[in-house]
Design a protein around this ligand. Structure first.
Ligand code: NAD
Ligand code: 2HG
Length: 526
């Protein structure tokens, strides 16, 4: 039974799902060193934001197939290292959207009305009404940086509260902003015109310290900044100085450059600063959502099914995989076959999508073909996650071409590889819905189903050749399941493909090559 380790508090609903297919161990107090020592025993790890899944953890995780992040941000996971190792990373892109958006709004309101300080003051026995006079958000301008899932929901709530909305999101279509009643502006305009600014962007090199001393100098002295997205988007020291100097009015932060936050100059400030310990996703509902969402994906992947929210194989979403599955099998088979023909160190692979297949998304089919090709060298170390990276690292140039006019099958695929054995090509198609057929090898038309043990010859078409090969295999006690010959001209060059019930014993290829008329012979395992 596979083993899954859960290293952050996860709702029981998720543990129950994992337990359907795996032995689950919950260990939420591990040090980084203890995690590295433990990880070789597990097939999957499930985390929230509390565990750092570093390169060292990934490299030690020799059995790992999947890393599940019960939440959105994957900045605590070394995704490139996981991709390189062929480990799938999945998250829950929507499970905590509402929770995070509501927390941002809660922070904005609590900051505006000094609720935490007023509460603490009253509980300490004081009745100070004058000290906690706040400001209204009605008719104020809210600048939303990042109008994705959470930013959009914040926009909807803020609109209902009577706020004017601006957004900065260079990757968003104008129509989407219009639908939400938000004016898309450049960053400087947003910073200068907003009374409140709320951040809903990922942390990337481009967004790190987006709010720094220079940004604060552009903001209104009455402006307040909310960050419920990621630590590191704000230069916290510069924020402290901007508040102390009166450059801006205040800030409410849920996330910090270093977590858990143990010391900060912001701790010394009063009601103009409001801090929560990364609680954006901490609602009962969100924790159930993300736990179920990610646990289901881990369960499915351990059962050999696709994941619906894979972070490191964009383009291979579950529905796409389901629809394309027969074609992925075809591409993988042909990739493997053409690799065996072209020899080690293929420098270029051309993938030609023909007929109806030319209308489909080529990316997953290319990945499957590369997986088939690289399986020859990398065996089980290559998969859909790392096939493209491994191909790139090996200097394999990938060329995608399309020929919708070719209608010999409803959809067919031709792969051409440049390798030490020259430029070799194979074609294949699906018979019915999902039966793979190899339909051409180099220039020779054939029609063979792939099988685990195959013998292929290139030879001169001449009487007696089929009989001699049959007799030779018989002498080695190898049973022939099916045989196909393809040729372009009578007594010209030809190809023979035999599907065998038994593996070919060592030394037989040398014997085949000695037969008259045989130009080349290969064992092919598909
Ligand atoms: N505090 C929490 O507990 C909590 C909970 C959930 C999510 N989050 C964080 O909130 C953030 C937003 O999550 P989401 O689900 O809305 O993500 P999303 O991917 O749906 O939206 C992000 C938006 O940011 C935009 N964007 C990217 N780079 C940008 C840039 N340089 N400038 C402006 N816009 C940019 C994208 O175009 C996108 O529209 C993430 O960082 C996520 O990790 C925090
Ligand atoms: O795990 C958490 O509670 C935080 C999750 C949040 O930061 C996210 O990016 O989804």
């Amino acid at each position: 039974m596979p083993k899954v380790i859960v290293t952050d508090p996860i709702d029981q609903a998720g543990i129950d799902i994992l337990s359907q297919v795996a032995q689950v161990e919950v260990q939420t107090q591990l040090t980084p060193e203890q995690l590295i020592a433990a990880i070789p025993n597990y097939d999957a790890i499930m985390v929230r934001s509390g565990t750092r899944v570093t390169r060292e953890v990934i490299e030690a995780g020799t059995r790992l197939k999947i890393i599940g992040r019960a939440g959105v941000g994957v900045d605590n996971i070394d995704v490139p290292a996981a991709t390189k190792a062929g480990i799938l990373v999945v998250n829950s892109p929507e499970g905590n959207t509402i929770a995070a958006a509501e927390h941002a709004i809660a922070l904005m309101m609590a900051l505006s009305r000094h609720i935490p300080d007023a509460n603490a003051s009253l509980k300490s026995g004081l009745w100070k009404r004058q000290e906690f006079v706040g400001v209204e958000v009605y008719k104020k301008t809210l600048g939303i940086v990042g109008l994705g899932r959470i930013g959009s929901h914040v926009a909807q709530i803020a609109k209902a509260m009577g706020m004017k909305l601006l957004a900065f999101d260079p990757y968003l279509a104008m129509e989407r902003a219009e639908q939400l009643g938000v004016r898309l502006v450049d960053f400087k305009t947003l910073v200068q015109e907003s009374d409140y600014i709320t951040l809903h962007i990922p942390k990337t090199p481009e967004t790190t310290h987006l709010f720094n001393a220079e940004t604060f100098s552009l903001m209104k002295p009455t402006a307040r900044l909310i960050n419920c997205a990621r630590g590191g988007l704000i230069d916290e020291q510069a924020l402290y100085e901007a508040i102390v100097s009166g450059q801006i009015a205040g800030a409410a932060l849920d996330v910090f450059a270093s977590e858990p936050l143990e010391e900060s100059p912001l701790f010394t400030l009063g009601k103009e600063v409001l801090l929560t310990p990364h609680l954006g996703a901490s609602t009962e509902e969100a924790q159930v959502n993300v736990a179920i969402d990610v646990a289901e994906q881990i369960r499915d992947v351990l059962l050999g099914l696709p994941a619906r929210s894979a972070v490191n194989i964009p383009g291979l979403q579950a529905e796409v995989l389901q629809n394309l599955k027969p074609y992925l099998d075809l591409a993988e088979t042909l990739g493997n076959l053409v690799g065996q023909l072209a020899g080690d160190r293929v420098s270029q692979l051309e993938i030609r999508l023909q007929g109806d297949l030319a209308e489909k998304d080529g990316q997953p089919i290319i990945v499957a073909a590369l997986k088939g090709l690289l399986t020859l060298a990398l065996r089980e170390r290559v998969n859909y996650v790392n096939a493209s990276i491994e191909a790139k690292e090996r200097g394999i140039r990938v060329v995608e071409t399309r020929d919708p006019a070719l209608k010999d099958y409803s959809g067919s695929l031709m792969l051409t590889a440049h390798g030490p054995n020259g430029i070799r090509s194979v074609s294949g198609a699906l018979i019915g819905e999902r039966e793979v057929r190899v339909t051409q090898i180099d220039e020779f038309p054939i029609n063979v189903p792939p099988s685990a043990n195959m013998l292929m010859t290139l030879h001169r078409d001449m009487p007696g050749i089929i009989g001699r090969i049959g007799t030779l295999l018989g002498a080695y006690n190898v049973n022939i399941a099916s045989m196909q010959v393809g040729r372009k001209l009578i007594r010209g060059e030809a190809v023979m493909v035999l599907s065998l019930d038994d593996p070919l014993p060592d030394g037989i290829i040398e014997e085949v090559l000695k037969q008259p008329g045989i130009r080349d012979a290969f064992v092919v395992n598909l």
